[in-house]
Design a protein around this ligand. Structure first.
Ligand code: THU
Length: 133
């Protein structure tokens, strides 16, 4: 599956968004080495801090289906933004724990703008489990 196809899946995932408070739909699609794709969308709550982002839902969806960090190849994120949609700080921290360093993170929007990145670029000097030793 190429980059554009994975972005199309992330745009498709936006349809699953439950976002009655922000009306901001985000979709994510996580591609695994075996070709399987897991989707995620943001799921909000009237108690705002309980909202969950699309990227984290995609990663958790994959993990709840038995997939792990070493199975993941790339992660696409899509929203209706002017610039390719960038993951929030909380998602960057979760991505740094659960998604491989060498994995591609594809930021996109509905206009077809695409930007490729990785977690080292998005979250330099990350806190990690190694710091707890
Ligand atoms: N959101 C995501 O799903 N991913 C991000 O990286 C940025 C923010 C969601 C959370 C909330 O439901 C809405 O977008 C507005 O912040």
């Amino acid at each position: 599956m190429n980059k554009n196809e994975l972005v199309a899946k992330a745009i498709e995932a936006r349809k699953l968004s439950y976002s009655p408070y922000s009306n901001f739909k985000v979709g994510a699609a996580l591609l695994c080495k075996d070709g399987k794709v897991f989707l995620g969308a943001n799921v909000e709550n009237s108690s705002y801090p309980l909202c969950m982002c699309a990227e984290r839902n995609a990663l958790y969806n994959a993990m709840m289906n038995g997939y792990k960090k070493s199975d993941f190849l790339s992660l696409a994120i899509a929203a209706d933004t002017d610039e390719p949609c960038s993951p929030c700080g909380a998602c960057r921290q979760v991505i740094s724990e659960l998604f491989p360093r060498e994995g591609e993170i594809i930021l996109s929007n509905l206009k077809g703008d695409i930007k490729s990145s990785n977690i080292e670029e998005l979250l330099p000097f990350a806190f990690s489990g190694d710091d707890l030793k």
